[in-house]
Design a protein around this ligand. Structure first.
Ligand code: GLU
Length: 485
């Protein structure tokens, strides 16, 4: 059986985006499902925008997500180097070949001239494309211009009559008229190849059998197809996966919130939740199951089940998934995951002073509540920041029955603030006062934390201890009764 090979080929011009992560994930799933090889190649031919820090960041994001690859920029392999700027001499060989076979030619047109030409076509309502002026230069005038030291670009000569038909594994047969493309640049005047040229050479020499990438590259594919053809290279299978849209059905962008994987990591999403979530962005297994482990996804993943229609990024679904994965953690693992978020907080010192039992109570409370881990800050604030009242809690405290309830609690509050004891005391108080539980818990919560939501009251009270509890209660009583208590 032929060994299948796929690749993920990010440009290190920024952090890894959701879209890039999803492409990488689909390649990974395909590779694992088919016992194929995954290659990580860095496409850094945009010298102005490419940075090594981004490359490192992309790699660490991919690893964090749980992807592995056996060949590539950091893993090595026989087909390297895997960074395009280290392959320039390879591209040069094929550039020469295309020039010699007349599939490509030197173009001496300057930027201004090309821009003028573009604008003219646009103003006539035509698709801007190169006029082909330099394709008609005589060999003598090419020699002459080269002798004058003019640095040319190299353009691919597009056979204008051709219709390029691409059998796409996701989109079906896609047709392009070559005459719409115009002769395009394959090597810039500084000698650096363009994406469309380098990608063909690399995919061929690296033995890539399946190119799985974002739909936005579909319009590049006919250009690449023509280059494959001109060089006599075997053409890989293509699978263009659909766009990711925000909830408003517009293309996913910063407006829709976090777009880079690192932001999700820093917000406290789990890699396994994102893995699960991204896997379902444009793919679905048979059946209704929404939570799949990595192994289950690998087993179920086929390109036939990748959808043609756009995928919608539903942050509520991601939140739900993350919460489900967090709930599955045992307390010890949960505490380890929570630790960096606690350490980042200005209230970390207060938290660190709690007893091991109090820390455990807090951690258990967080596990059942937090949708993502950085939300812990709200709860730390609730416990350790000076008491401030939200407008909703002011409303609760302004009601007539709040004062007698709070006075009663202050009067009879037990010295022992263990959760069990506090719980019993509060339950008994409800009975004694002959009120509904909410009539006690709500004003008390507001009186102590200034908020209408939070953790279980007995846990919060246990963490405060009697002294802090009473001081908070007194403060609120003073506020609502207008007198010193
Ligand atoms: N370097 C391209 C990008 O980051 C990838 C193109 C491809 O997969 O062919 O979008």
């Amino acid at each position: 059986m032929k060994l299948l090979k796929v690749r993920f080929a990010p440009s290190p011009t920024g952090p890894l985006h959701i879209g890039g992560a999803r492409s990488a994930l689909f390649n990974y799933l395909f590779a694992e499902h088919n016992s194929a090889q995954l290659v990580l190649r860095i496409e850094d031919t945009d010298l102005d925008r490419s940075r090594r820090e981004y490359e490192d960041e992309i790699i660490s994001s991919l690893r964090w997500l749980g992807l592995t690859w056996a060949e590539g920029v950091d893993a090595g392999g026989e087909k390297g180097p895997y960074r395009q700027t280290e392959r320039l001499n390879i591209y040069r060989r094929y550039e020469k070949q295309l020039l010699a076979s007349n599939h490509a030619y030197y173009c001496f047109c300057g930027e201004d001239e090309l821009e003028q030409e573009r604008q003219n076509l646009i103003s006539k309502g035509e698709t801007p494309r190169y006029s082909g002026k330099c394709s008609r230069l005589s060999p003598q005038s090419v020699e002459e211009k080269l002798r004058q030291g003019i640095k040319p670009t190299v353009r691919f000569r597009v056979p204008s009559e051709e219709i390029v038909e691409i059998p796409d594994l996701v989109r079906g047969q896609v047709r392009f008229a070559a005459k719409e493309i115009g002769d395009f640049i394959i090597v810039k005047s500084d000698g650096i190849p363009t994406y469309n040229f380098a990608v063909v050479i690399d995919d061929t020499l690296m033995g890539i059998t399946h190119v799985i990438r974002a739909e936005e590259h579909l319009s590049n594919t006919p250009r690449q197809w023509l280059i494959y053809d001109a060089l006599g290279f075997p053409i890989p299978e293509f699978a263009h996966i659909s766009l990711i849209l925000g909830a408003d059905r517009q293309k996913m962008s910063k407006r829709h919130g976090a777009t880079s994987l690192i932001q999700y990591r820093e917000t406290g999403y789990l890699p396994e939740a994102l893995f699960n979530f991204l896997g379902f962005l444009g793919w679905s297994p048979e059946g209704e199951e929404q939570i799949l482990s990595k192994e289950e996804m690998v087993a179920a993943f086929t390109l036939e089940r990748v959808s043609k229609g756009p995928a919608v990024f539903d942050v509520n679904k991601l939140n739900w998934l993350n919460h489900q994965y967090l709930l599955k953690k045992n307390l010890e693992d949960y505490a380890v995951l929570l630790e960096p978020f606690l350490k980042k907080s200005v209230y970390y010192h207060s938290f660190a002073c709690l007893t091991p039992e109090q820390k455990e109570l807090f951690t258990a409370g967080m596990r059942s509540r937090l949708v993502f881990l950085s939300e812990v800050e709200e709860y730390l604030q609730l416990l350790f920041a000076p008491l401030r009242y939200s407008p909703e809690s002011e409303e609760v405290l302004a009601q007539n029955d709040a004062l007698p309830v709070l006075n009663y609690i202050k009067e009879y509050f037990p010295e022992d603030t263990s959760t069990a004891n506090v719980e019993t005391f509060l339950k008994n108080s409800v009975k004694t006062l002959k009120i509904k539980p909410k009539q006690l818990y709500m004003p008390l919560r507001c009186a102590l934390s200034g908020q209408i939501h939070g953790m279980e009251l007995p846990v919060m009270i246990n963490i405060w201890g009697q002294e802090e509890f009473l001081s908070r209660l007194r403060l609120t009583l003073k506020k609502i009764s207008g007198k010193v208590c």
